[in-house]
Design a protein around this ligand. Structure first.
Ligand code: SF4
Length: 432
């Protein structure tokens, strides 16, 4: 059963008077377990939908869908599948109370992997799930592989009951499913020979494995379970060397680099990030692979369109890992706009100084570095710090933080988004 949260005006559901709270039980005789069933089973043109009204009364909707008409049903969010692993590098268990609630959820859900690109280990996938993935062709999936040798993977995920990922991927690949894979590297555990074996196994899947991201283990002050070695510069360089060997082979044989080091890996290794051509269509940009290169590209492309902001002083808040890369970009922005940009490299007070990613800064960090800054005309903060509901990881609403500061505060993905708004505001002003 799935429950209706709302319906879209002018849709089929609206015409049928389907209301919030209605339970939808089956479509054409097949039971509905979740949003996937709903999406796929209602793709037919002729539907018999059985349900229950909010007052408990049974109801049947018989539908002949006119061409192009949308069902327009928004469902209540699904119950998230919880993770069955206990990775040593997982920081969630040690988190203090009072943070954004979603942070405490250890999700490991193949459905969200398909729908939103969340990585899943497939550790909790049952036979019926495999059958659904194949029937609904849930492809591509985003899979946290970490290691293909079974023993190494059991240790990585700290779960002796982990299924054999090579067998799982084989079954899915034989059914036409493709994957983006992720390998979080714990030094001494899944680098070296284990990484080589894993890349060999993934390569053998051919077109089924679309890309592989190699990501250094990220530890925070809450990673209490971790007994491994931290990532260091020598390990990061050895990883990039291995990645390069495989990428050279992939470029030769498949015309794509196929395996990519995350941006953080390059920063740790002290090596220059590759250019845009290396990343193709940036298949794992959401995973921090090529994000810096993409940002540089967007900024350079848009420079000629930016408005003059002579005399303005703009603060740019970022994490400590991105800070060394910023001066070059800010110099470009400054010469294009005439504004001066003040880089504010910010330590993470919640997760500790080893957490250097800009997107994990919390409201308290922003407040700390911007309180009393009356010399700034505006401040840009990483938009990734705020979720869709406008809340930082420490549960501070963006609006509350903005109202408490004297400097106007703007979440920004790439500077251009905010600076372009200034340009549009001026154009609108000129037209008025
Ligand atoms: S890091 Fe490991 S334990 Fe934590 S949510 Fe991911 S798979 Fe589960």
């Amino acid at each position: 059963m799935v429950r209706v949260k709302g319906v879209q005006e002018g849709s089929i559901a609206h015409e049928l008077d389907i209301v919030a709270g209605t339970e939808l039980v089956s479509v054409n005789g097949r039971d509905l377990a979740d949003f996937l069933d709903w999406e796929f089973l209602t793709a037919d043109d002729e539907l018999v939908i059985e349900g229950r009204l909010p007052n408990g009364e049974p109801v049947v909707y018989e539908i002949e869908r006119p061409e192009g008409a949308v069902m327009g049903v928004e469902l209540e969010p699904p119950t998230i599948r919880r993770c069955a692993n206990r990775c040593e590098f997982c920081f969630i268990e040690g988190l203090p109370k009072g943070l954004r609630r979603s942070l405490y959820v250890r999700d490991d859900d193949y459905r969200l992997s398909f729908a939103y690109g969340n990585f899943a280990t497939l550790s909790n996938v049952k036979e019926r799930d495999i059958a659904r993935i194949l029937e609904y062709r849930l492809s591509p999936l985003y899979v946290s592989v970490h290691a293909t040798p079974w023993d190494a993977r059991k240790v990585m995920l700290n779960n002796p009951r982990v299924p054999n990922i090579v067998e799982q991927l084989s079954r899915l690949a034989n059914g036409g499913i493709q994957f983006h894979a992720q390998m979080v590297i714990v030094p001494g555990l899944n680098d070296g020979d284990v990484l080589e074996q894993s890349l060999r196994d993934l390569w053998a899947f051919g077109d089924a494995v679309l890309s592989v991201a190699v990501v250094p283990v990220g530890l925070t002050q809450f990673s209490h379970l971790y007994t491994g070695k931290p990532m260091d510069r020598a390990t990061a360089r050895a990883l990039l060397d291995a990645i390069q060997r495989w990428a050279d082979r992939a470029l030769r044989d498949r015309k794509t680099a196929w395996v990519y080091g995350s941006d953080e890996l390059y920063l740790l290794a002290g090596r220059e990030l590759p250019g845009a051509e290396h990343y193709g269509d940036f298949p794992q940009i959401e995973n921090g692979v090529g994000a810096v290169t993409s940002l540089r590209l967007r900024v350079r492309d848009q420079l000629p369109t930016l408005p003059r902001l002579d005399g303005q002083r703009i603060g740019v808040v970022t994490g400590t890992s991105m800070a060394p890369l910023m001066p070059e970009l800010l110099a470009l922005l400054s010469s294009a706009t005439g504004a001066s940009f003040d880089l504010i490299a910010t330590e993470n007070s919640l997760f500790g100084p080893t957490t250097t990613t800009a997107g994990l800064l919390v409201g308290a960090d922003i407040r700390r570095v911007l309180a009393g800054r009356q010399d700034l005309d505006a401040a840009l903060i990483p938009a990734e710090c705020i979720n869709d509901h406008g809340v930082f990881l420490d549960d501070e609403p963006f609006g509350a933080l903005r109202d408490s500061l004297t400097v106007p505060l703007y979440p920004s993905y790439d500077f251009i988004d905010v600076l372009a708004r200034e340009r549009e505001a001026r154009l609108a002003g000129a037209a008025a």
